[in-house]
Design a protein around this ligand. Structure first.
Ligand code: UD1
Length: 338
C-alpha cells in the first residue's frame, strides 16, 4: 500500500517513514529540502534496508502537486508533516507561514478529495490548547487564541480538515496533537538536525554538552511549579512516529468512528526543565552548564497530555522513559559531531 509522507526527511517525518516501512508500507516522500538533508534517505535505508521513493517538491507549486498525484494514482493515504515551525520567525513572517502551512494543506486535500477514498494524518500541536485550565489536557479542552501565526496555522489547519471532512465522506482524517517530541532513533542513524541556534530545549542541552553552545539559559525559575521551571510532556520521537502508523491503520481499515478525529500524542507525564536537565546529566554522566534567566515571552507554565483517548481508541501508548529519550538524543548528538 502506497503512502505519501510530506516533509518525510524532517525530524518526525523521517522517523515515521522508518516505522511505516517496518510495517510493510511503500512510502513516497516529498520534501523541499528547506529544512532537511537528502542524506537522511541513507539513514532510513540503513535502518530499514530500503529507501523510500523521493521527490524534491515544493508543495506551494500547485500544478506540480497535481502532476505528482497524476503520476502516483495508487497513493491511498498521506501523512502531512511539511510545514514551517519556528514560532519566532512566524511572528516576523506571518504570510510566509500561512502560505507554507495552509496553502499547501489546501492543495493536498484538493488532490486527495479527487480519489474514491483517502486517509489523511495531520501534524497538529498541543500549542492549540495555549495555557489549558486543567492538567492533564484532554482533547475536549478549549482551543485558545493562538499566541503566534505558527500556532494559528495549526488551529486553522485543523478547521480546514474538519470542514472538508464534513462534506467529503470519502476523506478520512486524523489530527495528532503532539506534545514535545525529543530524542532520536536508537540506531543513531537519524535524528534532529536543527539549523543554526536551536530554539527547543533538548537540542540546546545536547549542543551545550557537546561544547557548541556555552551555556543553556533556563527560561524562568519563578513559575508556580514545584521547582519554579515550566512543565512539558516530552515524548520520544519513535513513540510519536508509531502513533502515526496506528492512526493511519485505523483509517485504512475504516475503524474510525467519525471521518475526522483528534488525538493527543504525549506520554501523560509532565517534566520540569530542571528535571529534563537532571535526566540528561544522569544518562550522559556529564554536568550541564546552565543558568536560570528571565522568562521567555509566550511560554505557558504547564502542558501535559491526558492520553486516555489515544491509549483506548488507538491502542497506542508511549513506551520510552524520559531517560531513554534523553540518552538517544545524546547518542545522536555525539554521532553527528563525529
Ligand atoms: C515549542 C513551541 C511550540 C512547538 C514546539 C515544538 C514556543 C513558545 N512553542 O514548544 O509551538 O509546537 O516547540 O517545536 O516556542 N527552554 C529553556 N531554554 C531553552 C529552550 C527552552 O529553558 O533554551 C524551556 C522553555 O521555556 C520551555 C521548555 O524548555 O519551558 C520547552 O521549550 P521548547 O523545547 O522550546 O518547546 P515549547 O516551548 O514547549
Amino acid at each position: 500500500m502506497k503512502i505519501l509522507v510530506t516533509g518525510g526527511l524532517g525530524f518526525i517525518g523521517s522517523h515515521t517513514v522508518v516505522e511505516l516501512q517496518n510495517e510493510g508500507f511503500e512510502v513516497v516522500v516529498i520534501d523541499d529540502l528547506s529544512n532537511a538533508d537528502e542524506k537522511v534517505l541513507q539513514g532510513i535505508e540503513s535502518i530499514t534496508g530500503k529507501s523510500p521513493i523521493f521527490e524534491k517538491l515544493d508543495l506551494r507549486e500547485k500544478s506540480k502537486v497535481t502532476d505528482f498525484f497524476q503520476r502516483h494514482q495508487d497513493i491511498e493515504g498521506a501523512i502531512h508533516f511539511a510545514a514551517s515551525k519556528a514560532v519566532g520567525e512566524s511572528v516576523e513572517k506571518p504570510l510566509l507561514y500561512y502560505e507554507n502551512n495552509l496553502g499547501t494543506l489546501v492543495y493536498l486535500l484538493q488532490e486527495l478529495s479527487k480519489k474514491e477514498a483517502a486517509s489523511f494524518i495531520f501534524s497538529s500541536s498541543c500549542t492549540v490548547y495555549g495555557q489549558a485550565d486543567k492538567m492533564p489536557i484532554t482533547e475536549d479542552a478549549p482551543v485558545k487564541h493562538a499566541e503566534s501565526p505558527y500556532g494559528n496555522t495549526k488551529q486553522i489547519g485543523e478547521e480546514i480538515i474538519r470542514d472538508s471532512c464534513r462534506v467529503l465522506p470519502h476523506l478520512q482524517a486524523i489530527s495528532l496533537r503532539y506534545f514535545n517530541p525529543i530524542g532520536a532513533h536508537p540506531s543513531g542513524k537519524i535524528g534532529e538536525l536543527p539549523i543554526g541556534i536551536p530554539q527547543n530545549l533538548v537540542p540546546f542541552i545536547t549542543q551545550t554538552a557537546a561544547g557548541i553552545r556555552e551555556q543553556l539559559s533556563v527560561f524562568g525559575g519563578d513559575y508556580p511549579t514545584a521547582d519554579g521551571t515550566c512543565i512539558r510532556d516530552y515524548i520520544h520521537v519513535v513513540d510519536l512516529a508509531k502513533a502515526h502508523v496506528v492512526a493511519l491503520q485505523r483509517l485504512l481499515e475504516r475503524k474510525n468512528k467519525e471521518n475526522y478525529e483528534v488525538f493527543n500524542v504525549g506520554t501523560g507525564q509532565g517534566s520540569s526543565v530542571l528535571e529534563v536537565i537532571a535526566s540528561f546529566e544522569r544518562v550522559s554522566g556529564t554536568k550541564l552548564n546552565y543558568k536560570i534567566v528571565d522568562r521567555r515571552a509566550g511560554d505557558v507554565v504547564s502542558a501535559y497530555a491526558d492520553t486516555t483517548k489515544a491509549n483506548k481508541v488507538l491502542g497506542w501508548k508511549a513506551e520510552s522513559s524520559l531517560d531513554q529519550a534523553m540518552k538517544s538524543a545524546w547518542d545522536w548528538e555525539q554521532n553527528i559531531r563525529n
